[in-house]
Design a protein around this ligand. Structure first.
Ligand code: HEM
Length: 527
């Protein structure tokens, strides 16, 4: 099935569903029943239905095939749909707002710094931070606020890997504060005064811009120093890279793209930026802000690890924690105690756990598009100007009623890891190599038949999970996400045990997925 615009589209019926009351539509129901709003309507109307929320007629889309079809039609039938304030609070040159060939060229230029290959060298630094933070949680007063702690940890890793900072607690708290102010700025009238939420968000964006500018300047200084000492570097290896982060890679690519028409350099950066696209500092700052927004999903994903591993730790449970520990023990026997990229490669079971963490209670339940023209989807007309919400997994209709079962990824043909633990998302090597059974079941390598399990040949409908989206706008940070999750799993499984204060704690969905009581945990080192 493909989403298509045809001459006969005008004759097609609109999707089923209700536009609700005049003006407010069904917004109040979304706010009051956010956890079940989508599930009840999908049950009644199927995978494509209409509603009217947040001031606009909207089509809700579920199912891997339909979601992929819509997202594959980016810039043709649909366009990314962001509020106007995005330009100020993220940036006019952020990937979120760029479209068409320019979006593609900028994304290509930035992608290398976030590739699996580039991130591998940061794994020991990520591991050091995760070890330091988790040890701090265990040593501190109990219970520890799990959700907040995971958010801070994710900011520390962002600081270290993306901006080249030390990932200290003050910096993590600063980034978390900036992020909270920015998010608040999206949910408020854009009145820019010092005491309004919007005014504070604009100030937070400026504060973040200053941090990124410092990182850019350090990257340049480093390049200059490295160039000056190039001749002595071989004799003195300590003169080589000290400021090592994604931003430094991007700054190198920017320098290379601005000189590539005249330069004969054969640096790796030149290869990344073909065709060359200008990467001015303002664009780098805007996209660091886009990355900071993306990173806001990382804390919740780490928090899910704390919650689901605690729930599955007890003897007689489904053995997730025991299997993780056994895998870590085997890896340590072979490779020793250090956590490196090779260790992450070896985490077949850990990879399945990471995928399951991304599947269950997705941190990004849906992505938003605007219909550019009238088009057809599953025999229905999607009118021009309507919003289109593409849901990123069946699990979005099962919040708090799902089952954590990493084994579903091991049962999937091709195993849990696909290509080096890269989670399924955009059309990817893992998805492309999934066998025919997977393709028939929806193309998703996770098709164990829903929450209860089943097998590749199960007659139950396939379940889909696209945590990183699909198509040209799929997540830039997916490799960082997978590395961070795997490192966290390794650190936790090797050295800690913990339990939730409220093992039944639920997650809320609106305005964004978060545990309702902050996920308090009692955590201690393993004997
Ligand atoms: C668990 C964590 C994360 C999840 C679930 C997630 C999910 C997503 C999804 C679903 C999209 C697609 C948005 C769309 O189609 O409109 C996306 C885009 C994006 N993500 Fe992530 N993300 C995560 C972490 C990160 C991190 C850590 C970074 C940065 C280092 C990042 C940077 C981005 C950027 C820049 C985009 C925009 C890409 C574009 O428009 O081309 N994300 N992410």
């Amino acid at each position: 099935m493909r989403a298509k615009a045809t001459q006969s589209v005008a004759e097609l019926p609109l999707p089923e569903g209700s536009l609700g009351l005049p003006a407010v539509g069904e917004t109040l129901e979304l706010i009051t029943n956010g956890d079940t709003f989508g599930a009840s309507r999908r049950e009644r109307h199927g995978d494509v239905y209409k509603t009217n929320i947040l001031g606009a007629p909207t089509v809700m889309v579920y199912g891997e095939e339909a979601v992929r079809a819509v997202l594959a039609a980016e810039d043709k039938l649909v366009a990314s749909d962001w509020p106007e304030v995005t330009s100020t609070l993220v940036g006019p040159d952020s990937l979120n707002l760029l479209t068409g060939p320019r979006h593609g060229a900028v994304k290509r230029a930035l992608s290398e710094a976030f590739s699996d290959k580039a991130l591998r060298r940061h794994v020991p630094a990520i591991a050091a931070l995760v070890q330091e933070y988790v040890a701090g949680w265990a040593a501190g007063a109990q219970p520890t606020p799990g959700f907040e702690s995971c958010q801070l940890l994710s900011q520390a890793v962002f600081d270290r890997v993306v901006l080249g900072g030390a990932g200290g607690r003050d910096r993590a708290a600063q980034l978390q504060g900036i992020m909270a102010a920015l998010q608040a700025g999206f949910n408020t009238p854009p009145v820019q005064l010092p005491f309004t939420d919007y005014g504070k968000a604009v100030a937070a964006r400026q504060e973040f811009g200053a941090l990124v500018t410092q990182a850019i300047q350090r990257s340049r200084q480093q390049q200059t120093t490295a160039a000056a000492s190039a001749s002595s570097a071989a004799a003195n290896p300590s003169a080589q890279a000290t400021f090592d982060c994604a931003m430094a890679d991007v700054v190198a690519a920017a320098a290379s793209s601005s000189t590539s028409s005249t330069s004969t350099t054969t640096s790796a950066a030149t290869a990344w930026s073909q065709p060359p696209v200008p990467l001015p500092d303002s664009l780098l700052v805007d996209n660091a802000a886009a990355a900071l927004f993306g990173n806001a999903s990382m804390g919740p994903s780490l928090a899910k690890a704390l919650q689901h591993l605690a729930a599955n730790a007890a003897d007689g449970g489904n053995g997730v924690m025991a299997a993780l520990r056994k895998e870590q023990q085997d890896i340590m026997t072979r490779r020793g105690p250090a956590i490196t990229a090779e260790v992450l490669d070896d985490m077949t079971y850990g990879g399945a756990v990471a995928r399951e963490l991304l599947r269950i209670t997705p941190a990004v339940p849906a992505v938003f598009r605007l219909a550019l023209v009238d088009f057809e989807l599953q025999g229905r007309r999607i009118p021009k100007g309507w919003r289109v919400w593409c849901h990123l997994g069946d699990s979005v209709t099962r919040y708090n009623k799902d089952h954590f079962r990493p084994e579903r990824w091991l049962q999937a043909p091709g195993g849990a890891t696909g290509s080096s633990n890269a989670a399924n998302g955009a059309p990817s090597a893992a998805a492309a190599t999934a066998p025919a059974a997977a393709a028939q079941a929806g193309g998703c390598p996770m098709h164990g038949g829903g929450s209860g399990g089943g097998s590749a040949t199960s007659a139950k409908p396939a379940e889909y999970s696209l945590p990183f989206g699909s198509g040209v706008r799929s997540c830039l940070g997916r490799n960082l996400v997978m590395s961070e999750l795997l490192v966290a799993l390794a650190v936790l499984a090797r050295g800690y045990e913990w339990e939730a204060v409220n093992p039944e704690e639920q997650w809320g969905v609106v305005p964004s997925p978060a545990p309702k009581e902050g996920l308090r945990m009692r955590l201690r080192p393993r004997a």
